[in-house]
Design a protein around this ligand. Structure first.
Ligand code: 5RP
Length: 216
C-alpha cells in the first residue's frame, strides 16, 4: 500500500467525524486534500474555516462553504496533517508554511484530529522545525535562533517569512518556549500533545485511531 493510499484512507476516515451543523477547521497539505474531496462527497451542511489560501481555494472549488474565521469564536472540530508525530504525541508542522494559522485553528477547536500516513510516525522529533518570522529585523532574529535557514522569499498568508530551525532539539517544551520567547518569531511548528485530541494514522490498509484526550 502506497503512502498516497494511506493518506486517502485517513482523509476519508476523518471526513466521517464531521456532522451537519458543525463548525470545522481545515488544515493544509496533501493529506488534507483527500479529506476535502471526501467531505465534498458527503454534501453536509457544515461551516468550514480554512487555514490557508490553498485549502480555501481547493475547498471552494469542490463546493464546500468556507467562512471567515473572524465570524467564529470557537470551532467544534479541526482536522489537519503533520510532518512528524513523536511517540509521546508532539507534532512538527509547517512543512507547507501554514503552521501559524493551523495552530490558531487547533487551539480554537474542541477537538483537534491529526491525520497522517505511516511515514510521519517517528520515535523522536528531528529538524527542520518550521518557523514564521517577522521581516522587520530578520537578520537579528535569524542570529538569535541560529542555525535557522530562510526558505528564500517564501511568505505565509499573513506576510511572515518562512524559515527552518536546524539546531539541536533537546527537550521539546524547552525548545518551544525558547522559540516563542524570541522577539521576531511569529510562531513555530512544534505542537504540544495537549493541543491534540485524536490521531488517525494510516498503516497499510488500516487506519489506527489514537485518542490522546488533549485537554483545553
Ligand atoms: C502545513 C502542514 C501540513 O499539515 C504538513 O506539512 C503535512 O503535509 P502533507 O499532508 O502534504 O504531508 O503542517 O503547514
Amino acid at each position: 500500500v502506497s503512502r498516497e493510499e494511506e493518506k486517502r484512507l485517513v482523509g476519508e476516515a476523518a471526513a466521517e467525524l464531521v456532522e451537519a451543523g458543525m463548525r470545522v477547521g481545515l488544515g493544509t497539505g496533501s493529506t488534507v486534500s483527500y479529506l476535502l474531496r471526501a467531505l465534498a462527497r458527503r454534501q453536509l451542511k457544515a461551516d468550514y474555516v480554512a487555514s490557508s489560501p490553498r485549502t480555501e481555494h481547493e475547498a471552494r472549488s469542490l463546493g464546500l462553504s468556507i467562512e471567515s474565521f473572524e465570524n467564529f469564536d470557537d470551532l467544534d472540530l479541526a482536522i489537519d496533517g503533520a510532518d512528524q508525530i513523536s511517540s509521546d504525541g508532539w507534532l512538527i508542522k509547517g512543512g507547507g508554511g501554514a503552521h501559524t494559522r493551523e495552530k490558531i485553528i487547533a487551539a480554537a477547536s474542541q477537538r483537534f484530529v491529526v491525520i497522517v500516513d505511516s511515514s510521519k510516525l517517528v520515535d523522536v522529533l528531528h529538524v527542520p522545525v518550521p518557523v514564521e518570522l517577522q521581516r522587520f529585523g530578520i537578520e537579528t532574529t535569524l542570529r538569535q535562533i541560529a542555525p535557522t535557514e530562510l526558505r528564500g522569499d517564501e511568505t505565509s498568508p499573513d506576510g511572515g517569512l518562512l524559515a527552518d530551525y536546524l539546531g539541536p532539539i533537546g527537550v521539546y517544551q524547552e525548545l518551544a518556549q525558547w522559540l516563542c520567547a524570541t522577539p521576531g518569531v511569529v510562531e513555530h511548528g512544534l505542537f504540544p500533545p495537549s493541543l491534540v485530541t485524536d490521531i488517525l494514522s494510516g498503516t497499510g490498509k488500516t487506519v489506527v485511531r489514537t485518542t490522546t484526550g488533549g485537554t483545553r
